[in-house]
Design a protein around this ligand. Structure first.
Ligand code: ZN
Length: 425
């Protein structure tokens, strides 16, 4: 669809959405009234900026049915994510919502080249979590053969992969790496199994990890993005160019805002991703703040798809570190380190505030790659200087770098702890 036609469609859907939530969801009626906006004020697509944001707290406060925009009889499925803070976030789907979700995931798998001839081994967890069933619906929509094995059961995963000649794997990126390691333990070379692609998401990962997965399996590894609040997986996906994720923006409309001011940023600027579910019937959301940091890629994609792309996520607004007024996302440090020969992407940044100058001081501890580790002081000195210069040019701040021995930074089982902030602010 050409961009002008797409925008006409998006506007019609947005207008319809605002009318629906204003009429059917008391939460949104009071929110719009408080903001002084009526559905009739939405006259162009840009008028979306007049609408108030929806936050994760709003979802928790209205648990379980407070955001439902249709009678319960219209709801055919419910999913939720629990997260770490208690009250679950609920997504209720009508028949139409299920179709859109399957469509979004079918496009996602197609982005990785999936067709009805593929055998998709779905190792995302089935259940309330959206990853498993979302991928399942998308694969069946395409007509591919699904192996609904769900997460875990590693030996069986590998056995079925070998026996049924799985061609596409869907799971979290960390599980993809773990599966490859376990294959070696079982005496199986993962590159001989016939897998050719994987769709990986549901947790943050990096280009470095992509290279590791691709090398371990001999496949193409595709980044996918979605969240329970919006629909689950299927919101955006990589195509064969593997640069940026096409947003299914006829269904889920993206904006990028300045997380501090809430102002919409020009296309191409980095900020917080905000999504409006323009076709959603069950639990539609207006301008949902995802807290994920990215930017919209302006250039047209070589694959021919005309939907806009978002860049691989840079982290979350909750991880944002402000050092001497400069915004730093820990992921940027990791991306910079990958480019430096001799440095490993294992690091910790320690931020403190000087008692004398009251200025922020940041020290970056970086593990040296085992093969680059040297007793020669001048080699280590040169590596340290290169890291400091790279950080200065990529992040725009002076970081004091300290090199540490391979494997000396504590490993965590869950999310790696990259930041130690000692400032008393
Ligand atoms: Zn593309």
């Amino acid at each position: 669809m050409d961009p002008a036609a797409l925008q006409t469609l998006q506007f019609a859907r947005l207008k319809n959405l605002v009318e629906r939530v204003y009429t059917n969801v008391p939460f949104y009626r009071s929110k719009l009234d408080a903001a002084g906006v009526k559905p009739a004020d939405i006259k162009t697509l840009a008028d979306i900026a007049k609408l108030p944001f929806t936050s994760k707290d709003d979802l928790r406060d209205t648990y379980p049915y407070g955001l439902l925009a249709v009678p319960q009889a219209e709801v055919v499925e419910i999913h939720m994510s629990s997260g770490t803070t208690g009250t679950p976030v609920v997504d209720a789907y009508t028949k139409r919502d299920m179709e859109d979700w399957a469509e979004g995931m079918a496009r996602t798998l197609s982005g990785a080249g999936a067709t009805r001839n593929d055998i998709v081994q779905n190792a995302y967890g089935y259940g309330l979590f959206t990853g498993g069933l979302g991928s399942h619906y998308g694969a069946t929509r395409i007509g591919a053969t699904v192996i609904p094995i769900s997460s875990g059961n590693t030996q069986k995963q590998l056995m079925l992969m070998r026996d049924f000649r799985t061609t596409i794997l869907t799971c979290t990126p960390s599980y993809a790496l773990y599966l490859a390691e376990q294959a070696h333990e079982m005496g199986i070379d993962p590159t001989t199994l016939g897998l050719r692609a994987g769709c990986f998401g549901a947790e943050p990962w990096s280009e470095n990890m992509r290279k590791q997965i691709e090398a371990a399996w001999g496949i193409k590894a595709y980044d996918i993005y979605g969240l329970t609040e919006i629909t689950g997986p299927g919101v955006s996906f990589e195509c064969e160019s593997q640069y940026g994720m096409h947003v299914n923006e006829d269904l889920w409309y993206p904006e990028i805002i300045d997380p501090a001011t809430g102002k919409v940023l020009p296309e191409g600027e980095k900020g917080e991703l905000v999504i409006t579910t323009i076709t959603k019937e069950g639990t539609p959301l207006i301008r949902y703040r995802t807290r994920d940091i990215t930017f919209i890629i302006k250039e047209k994609c070589g694959c021919g798809r005309t939907t806009r792309r978002i860049h691989r996520l840079f982290g979350r607004t909750d991880d944002l570190l402000i050092i001497r007024g400069v915004n730093v996302f820990p992921n940027q440090i990791e991306h910079a380190l990958i480019e430096i020969q001799g440095a490993s992407p294992n690091y910790v940044i320690i931020v403190d505030r000087s008692a004398q100058t009251h200025l922020d001081e940041a020290e970056l501890h970086v593990e040296v790659n085992p093969d680059a580790f040297s007793d020669e002081t001048k080699d280590m000195e040169s590596l340290r200087n290169r890291i400091e210069a790279t950080m200065k040019s990529k992040l725009g701040i002076n970081l004091k770098v300290k090199l540490v021995e391979p494997k000396s930074i504590e490993r965590s089982i869950g999310k790696a702890k990259r930041v130690i902030d000692k400032r008393q602010i």
